[in-house]
Design a protein around this ligand. Structure first.
Ligand code: ADP
Ligand code: MG
Length: 348
């Protein structure tokens, strides 16, 4: 961490566990009518009347999922919420509540946790979700943060990974590969900083991709858009591990095959430029990069006129019979089998 010597440092032990929880959670306000009781009792109480409820959890571990030498804690708090909301939206549901659990070593002062919670608060107000509880404990090593998100969905509106049919169109929101290239830039700057701490990085040419890495957004707007357009996807997943691994999940669980067109994969110009600079192939980055938090879904061809021309959505392929397999159709019109190469957690 690039530490500011003048920064105030309050030891966590000065507050005690309950003082700390009170301090960190005092600004949270209840916004959802389904929240009957939030923080402060042994458990929260929710009432979803006649809606279905979706629940999802993610665990983020320092040194595995984030590196505090270039991830500001405020951004980490924000991102920890976003990655969970993205999973709720991938079910075609509306996010309503979250819980936040942290394990923290005493090398973190109170001010660091205030930053983390500032990010959590920003994300929860922006996405209109209530923080309704969590747990706080100490850790002997780094920081762990686990967020659970809850959402609601009308009867029959939920969308699984398993509903894609042959001939359905494969659609993705936004663009891909930016968060991964943002990470490459941040990693490079970290190495430069190690060699010469006086060297101030110029991140100006990389603003978009660095922001996609440090401050991703979840596509709540796409769930709303699809509902407005009266399009119910036949299957859906969020892009957290890279396009190829998400396509494989949809195909396997739906028991279909797929053709993905390389030339259709949406890429931001900054991603293309940075890929050239780093001498990596932009298609590989989009396929295997991950952390895009875009939505990948399939729709019936009958729904195509409803989404046609929408700047937020790109048709990148279509589903086939399972025995056709899963292929990338390259710009040179050759077919390459799609393989998963998720870059996170277990293989680095
Ligand atoms: P318990 O002993 O029953 O686990 P705690 O003292 O840990 O209760 O928590 C008291 C209240 O504060 C509960 O409502 C709990 O959900 C909430 N809480 C605890 N830790 C956190 C946290 N890190 N973030 C948000 N809420 C928390
Ligand atoms: Mg507890």
């Amino acid at each position: 961490m690039i530490e500011d010597k003048n920064q105030q440092r309050t030891q966590l032990s000065d507050l005690g566990e309950f003082g700390l929880i009170d301090h960190l959670t005092k600004n949270f306000k209840i916004k959802q009518s389904s929240t009957i009781k939030g923080i402060g009792d042994d458990a929260a109480v929710l009432n979803f009347a006649n809606k279905k409820v979706v629940v999802t959890t993610d665990l983020l571990v320092e040194g595995v999922h984030f590196d505090l030498s270039y991830v500001p804690l405020k951004h980490l708090g924000y991102k920890a919420v976003i990655v969970n909301l993205s999973d709720v939206f991938a079910m075609n549901a509306r996010a309503t509540q979250i819980t936040v659990s942290i394990a923290v070593s005493n090398r973190f002062p109170l001010e660091a946790l205030e930053d983390l919670y500032a990010g959590i608060e920003t994300a929860s107000s922006l996405y209109n979700v209530d923080v309704i509880g969590g747990d706080t404990t100490s850790s002997t090593t780094g920081l762990l943060i686990s967020v659970t998100a809850i959402g609601e969905v009308d009867k029959d509106d939920e969308v699984y990974r398993s509903g894609a049919k042959p001939n359905d169109l494969l659609v993705v929101s936004g663009d891909l590969g930016a968060a991964y290239m943002g990470l490459q830039v941040l990693e490079r700057e970290k190495e430069v900083y190690k060699v010469n701490p006086n060297n101030q990085p110029d991140l100006e040419p990389y603003t978009y991709i660095v922001e996609r890495q440090l401050k991703p957004e979840a596509r709540k707007d796409i769930v709303t858009l699809l509902s407005d357009l009266k399009v119910k996807p036949s299957s859906m997943i969020d892009v957290s591990d890279g396009l190829s691994s998400e396509i494989m999940h949809l195909c396997k669980q739906s028991e279909v095959g797929c053709d993905l067109y390389e030339e259709k994969i949406p890429l931001d110009p900054q991603v293309i430029a940075t890929c050239e600079e780093f001498n990596v192939d932009s298609t590989t980055v989009a396929l295997n990069g991950g952390e895009d938090y875009e939505l990948l879904f399939t729709i019936s061809q009958d729904d195509f006129p409803k989404i046609k021309g929408n700047p937020n959505l790109t048709v990148i392929g279509y589903m086939k019979e399972a025995n056709a397999g899963m292929h990338l159709v390259t710009r040179a019109d050759t077919q390459i089998p799609i393989k998963a190469q998720g870059w996170k957690s277990f293989n680095d």
